[in-house]
Ligand binder design. Sequence first.
Ligand code: 5GP
Ligand code: ZN
Length: 125
Amino acid sequence: MDCIFCAIVAGQAPATILREWDDALAFKPRGGVNDGHTLVIPRIHVADATEDPNVTADAVRRAAQYAAEIGANLNLITNVGPDATQTVFHLHWHIVPRAKADGLLLPWTPQHAARAAAAQTGDTR
Ligand code: 5GP
Ligand code: ZN
């Protein structure tokens, strides 16, 4: 199977590994959105969070354990399908530590919609 995350699990592709469990792995995404951006994946291959709810639950348990140690606000999210911006089809939980006014907006939030509307009208307030 041609899966970059399975290759990382197998040690056949490089990655900065941050934590290892018997059933999951935490590592740095390539080109993360900030220094703390971390991916948590199950060792077994499932395409996304809907394929096997038990695997999803086990992986998010690991992600929650890891996130609890960060001691900051954060986003813990996963994308399902290309229309939802999933690009790697091996389940992964994104952990993105957040800070007030860090400029990272989630695309569906009212804040993002307001900024996009302002950009269109040239209103930079
Ligand atoms: P998605 O858009 O599918 O939710 O997120 C995919 C994530 O995988 C992104 O954060 C992207 O940077 C990361 N990624 C894609 N290919 C690689 C790779 O080869 N190595 C690592 N470490 N991260 C990757
Ligand atoms: Zn895989």
